[in-house]
Design a protein around this ligand. Structure first.
Ligand code: SAM
Ligand code: SF4
Length: 327
């Protein structure tokens, strides 16, 4: 079992498989992209498999595959097949923009990988294309509905963006009215590749909830699972539910159970902190004194208590992009 220096059990790994993406969401990176990692610095599929096995042996029982866009990574399914063979992993899930998932839906189901988070920040085509800077609306919408109707456990991630998609909040809730899905509204975070910094947020979780309650005064609070980052709600008569994630306000740090490993092997113990170490050297030089378990236990013993504390390491603005961190 992995326990950090604040007595929090770490059982959840967010594993990024690439920093590349076929969309250019404006809250995530500039239109020209970022300085993507050199190919030789990306962990290979075999190295990612080794990371998965090793982390599972230390007590990780939930792995979320993320990126960049996971499905742009060649041989992603090879990695997923290998992870699906690890008995102690109770949950393997994927976060995707749903542009490329179509051909893999059947096999994902066969592998039992049915927890899929789809990022979709607008239900209106023009708004969607303005935010993503690409013309992929029909594919994303089609794949989203297919995942839902084929029985996947789908959560829709919608980043609430001032002056961009506020008018889509209520129409997006129509999806959870008709289908048993959760629509999660996330506060924007300043991880956009340095295009925009901010110290406060108009559309924070309170603002988002008030806005929804204005339209649906009958909103009911649900009981949140213990390590949940979302505050969850139900509108009576609707099939699904909705959640709000205070990712900028960070009200959930006290129960944080997660660790992040980027596509280049950086180990991040807090989303708002800098990488604590890199695994590439250990993976590529098995003869080294330090093995992966010693290194991971070491950094887990030095975790910041909260995202606000971790953020102190940055002087002013974050220059990194969520496509490198994995969300
Ligand atoms: N490409 C996949 C996708 O978009 O779902 C996976 C990677 S993406 C970096 C993971 C999550 O981070 C997505 O839900 C995305 O919306 C979210 N994200 C990206 N930039 C963000 C930002 N600046 N603030 C909040 N969430 C962000
Ligand atoms: Fe790509 Fe996901 Fe970032 Fe959008 S949020 S640019 S889909 S990595």
């Amino acid at each position: 079992m992995l326990i950090d220096n604040h007595n929090r059990v770490i059982n959840y790994l967010r594993l990024a498989v690439t920093d590349r993406c076929n969309l250019r969401c404006n809250y995530c990176m500039p239109s020209e992209g970022i300085d993507f990692a050199k190919r030789e610095d990306l962990l290979t599929i075999e190295e990612l498999k080794a990371v998965g096995r090793s982390m599972a042996s230390m007590g990780i029982d939930k792995i979320r595959i993320t990126g960049g866009e996971p499905f742009v990574r060649k041989n992603l399914m090879d990695l997923l097949r290998s992870l699906a063979e690890i008995d102690t992993l109770k949950d393997i899930s994927v976060t995707t923009n749903a542009t490329l998932i179509g051909p893999y839906i059947d096999e994902l189901k066969t592998l039992g990988i049915t927890n899929v988070n789809v990022s979709m920040d607008a239900i209106n085509r023009e708004t969607f294309e303005r935010i993503t800077r690409r013309d992929a609306y029909d594919t994303v919408h089609g794949n989203l509905i297919r995942l839902i109707t084929e029985g996947f456990n789908v959560r829709i991630n919608f980043i609430v963006l001032e002056n961009q998609n506020i008018q889509d909040i209520i129409p997006m809730l129509e999806l959870q009215k008709r289908y048993n899905v959760s629509v999660r509204f996330l506060e924007e975070m300043p991880f956009n590749g340095g295009t925009k910094g901010f110290q406060s947020l108009k559309w924070n979780y309170k603002g988002i909830l008030d806005y929804i309650k204005n339209h649906y005064p009958e909103v009911q609070k649900l009981v949140d699972p213990p390590t949940s980052t979302s505050l969850n709600y139900k509108i009576p008569g609707h099939k699904g539910s909705f959640g709000i994630i205070p990712s900028f306000s960070r009200t959930f740090c006290g129960s944080c159970n997660r660790l992040r490993i980027t596509a280049t092997g950086d180990v991040i113990t807090c989303l708002y902190g800098k990488p604590m170490m890199n695994l590439r050297g250990i993976l590529r030089n098995p003869g080294l004194d330090t093995d992966m378990e010693t290194a991971i236990r070491d950094v887990i013993g030095k975790r910041a208590k909260t995202g606000h504390e971790a953020q102190q390491e940055y002087s002013k603005v974050f220059s990194n992009s969520m496509t490198s961190i994995g969300g």
